[in-house]
Design a protein around this ligand. Structure first.
Ligand code: ADP
Ligand code: F6P
Length: 502
């Protein structure tokens, strides 16, 4: 049977202490079944970038990784992936810091991935590359003669042409991506923006089904929203809420309501605005003072970049300010943890929280929103407050949808959520649960692999799915509308002087 080869920057090699792959690892856990190969960076930095992968096997899954030279890592990961692509794809032009040497280093590392992977490939492998760090790996593999079907999935947003074309080398990078046979996105907006870029920057017409021909290759762009293992996460939450750690939190609340947020400490996640919302809430609705407890769990991320260190300082200051002004001797409004917590503890904390506050300024999907819903007790569920700029908002319309740039709107949603009667909470939760069950983790993998496998033969990976069962057809494309271009131009005008308001 055909083998699945997953390629991602981070690889969750069992027993390894390098940072976890985050949302990506959660989404792929079901796809990488026995017999698969998972290829990527080892998390180690040394004197040279490996030309050969080091290979280990665990439970019949092969993990192959390469080390990166310190200089390559700095250009590839710090400089171009996170100093240019991440802010660009997150619609934050003001934070883009382009240097030609970083772009060159990015291409060199993408080529190094391909060089080390190529000898491990079999002719009938299905290759699935992930995320913005590896946009040019498909092209590098083709240059080395790989003819296998290659798919690429972008876990981030994709901006419209007016933003994307601000990237020097935008067309070159887009061309490299078009060496893949299939390109997947979380939402129709992001897929359509990509198709607009193909048509504008590569002067290539696209069809209504999301396909186009570039340099003799038929490429297809699909929508395939990532999901979570709903049943598994719900069971974890129900079980671990009785644990000593969760009970310590529950007892410390003293009957007061809890609001929870968990994010990487990233400027795209909208953390300062969220904390400022508490200021508005306590000022305009004093009944929540000495009452609501807000738990922010913020995992430090990408701290090599000054902008991330500055964000942490800003958040430290904002939290300190709120706590200083509103605390009582026996009540502190914000509990602020700058670390990761274990998955079962996180699930239990979600379940204990009356509000889940998920307000990124822009996000590809956002799995925290789905995890919060899955963790709730259906008999007495909490309320999800969700940014309209998270990919998840396309589906989760029964959350309290907010504009994350408007802290006062977030505050009003908190007030509304805290006062919401039980029957409304139950009705909203029922509908949200149905939505996350319809696009659960296995479905994401099944749909992508079925689309990648053009001949319809058996697809490796998950076979059956407890939540529904069969692969959903990848969502059809809609042709770009004129309003998309108008919206894109407006967005660029808004950002021309240094990024969206924070
Ligand atoms: P991203 O991939 O941009 O980090 P997602 O919301 O899609 O954002 O995925 C983040 C994943 O990492 C989720 O599964 C979430 O539970 C987990 N996570 C986020 N913050 C923390 C934290 N502070 N501690 C533990 N897990 C976290
Ligand atoms: O989509 C953003 C993303 O690449 C996720 O796939 C991943 O979970 C997260 O960022 C981790 O980022 P990093 O590899 O920079 O720590």
């Amino acid at each position: 049977m055909t083998r699945l080869v997953v390629v991602s920057n981070r690889v969750p090699v069992p027993g390894d202490r390098s940072p976890a792959a985050g949302g990506l690892a959660i989404g792929l856990a079901d796809a990488v079944t026995a017999g698969s190969l998972w290829f990527g960076w080892s998390g180690r930095r040394g004197h040279t970038t490996s030309t050969e992968a080091s290979v280990t096997k665990h439970r019949d899954i092969t993990y192959a990784t390469i080390d990166l030279a310190e200089a390559d890592y700095r250009h590839f990961y710090v400089g171009f992936s996170n100093g240019v692509l991440w802010p660009l794809l997150s619609y934050r032009l003001g934070q883009v810091n382009f240097r030609r040497a970083d772009y060159a280093g990015y291409r060199v590392v993408n080529e190094a991935f391909a060089t080390a992977l190529r000898p491990l490939l079999r002719s009938d492998d299905l290759i699935w590359i992930h995320d913005y760090q590896l946009l040019a790996v498909g092209h590098a593999l083709r240059t080395l003669g790989a003819e296998q079907r290659i798919g690429f999935f972008l876990h981030t947003p994709f901006p419209p042409p007016a933003i994307f074309c601000a990237l020097p080398r935008a067309a070159e990078l887009l061309e490299a991506l078009c060496a893949c046979d299939l390109v997947g996105f979380h939402t129709a907006d992001y897929r359509d923006a990509f198709l607009q870029c193909v048509s504008v920057l590569l002067d290539t017409p696209t069809d209504a089904d999301g396909s186009f021909t570039f340099r003799g290759r038929r490429v297809r762009a699909i929508v395939d929203p990532i999901g979570i293992d709903v049943g598994g996460f719900a069971a974890t939450a129900a079980r671990s809420v009785g644990n000593a750690t969760a009970q310590r939190l529950a007892n410390s609340l003293g009957g007061r309501p809890l609001a929870v947020s968990a994010d990487r400490l990233d400027y795209a996640k909208g953390l300062p605005n969220r904390v400022e919302a508490l200021d508005h809430l306590f000022a305009s609705h004093p009944e929540h003072r000495n009452h609501l407890i807000f738990l922010q769990i913020a995992a430090p991320s990408r701290e090599e970049l000054a902008v991330y260190r500055a964000l942490r300082r800003e958040l430290d200051r904002t939290v300190g300010d709120i706590n200083g002004r509103y605390s009582e001797a026996d009540w502190t409004p914000v509990r602020y943890l700058t670390r990761t917590v274990g998955r079962s503890t996180l699930a239990a904390y979600y379940r204990l929280a009356r509000l889940g506050v998920v307000t990124p300024l822009r996000d590809g999907m956002n799995l925290v929103a789905k995890e919060y819903i899955a963790a709730q007790n259906s008999a007495d569920p909490g309320v999800l407050i969700l940014s309209r700029f998270a990919g998840a908002a396309e589906d989760l319309t029964d959350a309290l949808i907010v504009n994350p740039f408007d802290s006062e709107e977030i505050a009003e949603a908190m007030h509304h959520g805290l006062a919401m009667p039980l029957d409304e909470r139950q009705a909203r939760h029922k509908s949200l649960l149905a939505r996350i069950r319809a696009s659960f983790a296995r479905q994401f993998c099944l749909t992508f692999l079925a689309a990648l496998r053009s001949d319809g033969a058996e697809v490796p990976g998950p076979k059956t799915a407890p939540e529904t069962g069969t692969p959903r057809r990848a969502l059809e494309a809609r042709p770009p509308r004129r309003s998309d271009h108008v919206a894109a131009n407006r967005a660029v005008l808004a950002m021309a002087s240094g990024g969206l308001p924070h």
